[in-house]
Ligand binder design. Structure first.
Ligand SMILES: Nc1nc2c(ncn2[C@@H]2O[C@H](COP(=O)(O)OP(=O)(O)OP(=O)(O)O)[C@@H](O)[C@H]2O)c(=O)[nH]1
Ligand SMILES: [Mg+2]
Length: 281
């Protein structure tokens, strides 16, 4: 099959999966990157299927296990159950979605997911950001799951040590980062610390973005996306495209030779609602 063939797979947006165990900060990270409070953030386990964000008019759909879709309200997914839903597909206008699709994944230890869920889903992903909370960073259960991931994904992915603000002293912070780098550094392209809640609270302030680790995260993401080969459509897991687009789709900035804008997590004025605790899932 040649690239010109009409049946050749089409280039598509890279897919970035936000992974980690329960309450590691995946949805907080999604909201930071999207510049909008969309993914439900809560102290207890959220128990949602994957939430797949793509550029498009604002709409949400539930995709069931057989691939059938039905509309969902964009801001209330409380009726969705992870055991009979393959994913929630969400169209949004967000700068980062020009560069990649974002997938806010369930906790990796979620018992609602089918046993073969991860081995089926991960080959569809181009890079992962694995969130591990600083106070219990890189547990054995995390290492055990990540070791099953295709090694090609290791070389592109980021281990993000969240809740770094909860380390009491600079020494504690350095100690946890040294340990995690020693134990997991070889399994990731990079290991970075972040305070997600700190970054969300001050995301329009460059100093805060630098101090919380958010600026380094964006830099990593931009480099990683720019370095990806143009991925091809994988028919099985691709969410349905939006029915109508308000404007023509922008050129994919993640193709080789393109530059991803560095200011992807800045909010436009009036766009941002503060991240809410205990929003209904
Ligand atoms: N202090 C602090 N709290 C954080 C940070 N990141 C996340 N949290 C808090 O941790 C809790 C869980 O965050 P979520 O983003 O919902 O975690 P999750 O990984 O999506 O959780 P599940 O979807 O349930 O698996 C929330 O109360 C967040 O406010 C951080 O960097 N620092
Ligand atoms: Mg979540």
């Amino acid at each position: 099959m040649t690239p010109e063939s009409p049946t050749a797979p089409k280039p598509r947006n890279p897919r970035v999966a936000l992974m980690g165990e329960f309450s590691a900060g995946k949805s907080t990270l999604a909201n930071l990157l999207l510049g909008q409070d969309r993914s439900p953030v809560q102290v207890t386990a959220t128990q949602l299927p994957p939430v797949w964000y793509r550029q498009g008019p604002p709409e949400a759909q539930r995709i069931d296990i057989d691939g059938r879709s039905e509309p969902l309200p964009i801001d209330d997914w409380s009726q969705v159950r992870p055991d009979d839903t393959r994913m929630i597909s969400v169209g949004l206008g967000a700068d980062i979605l020009h560069a990649c699709d974002l997938i806010d994944m369930p906790g990796t230890a979620d018992p609602n997911m089918a046993p073969d869920f991860w081995s089926r889903f991960l080959p569809e992903v181009d890079l992962a950001i694995w969130c591990t909370p600083a106070n219990q960073a890189w547990r054995q259960s995390e290492a055990a799951l990540w070791e099953q991931v295709p090694p090609l994904l290791w070389t592109k992915s980021l281990l993000l040590v969240t809740r770094i603000d909860q380390m009491q002293t600079e020494r504690d912070r350095a100690r946890v980062m040294a340990r995690v780098r020693a134990e997991a550094g070889a399994l990731f392209r990079d290991v970075l610390p972040i305070s997600l809640t700190g970054a969300l609270a001050g995301r329009d302030d460059d100093e805060v973005l630098g101090a919380t680790g958010a600026a380094a995260l964006v830099e990593f993401l931009c480099h990683a996306l720019e370095g990806l080969d143009s991925p091809r459509t994988a028919p099985l897991a691709t969410p349905p495209r939006p029915k109508a687009t308000a404007a023509p789709a922008p050129a994919n900035p993640a193709r080789p030779g393109r530059v991803v804008p560095r200011r992807i997590i800045r909010t436009k004025s009036g766009d941002h609602r503060a991240a809410s605790e205990n929003r209904p899932a």
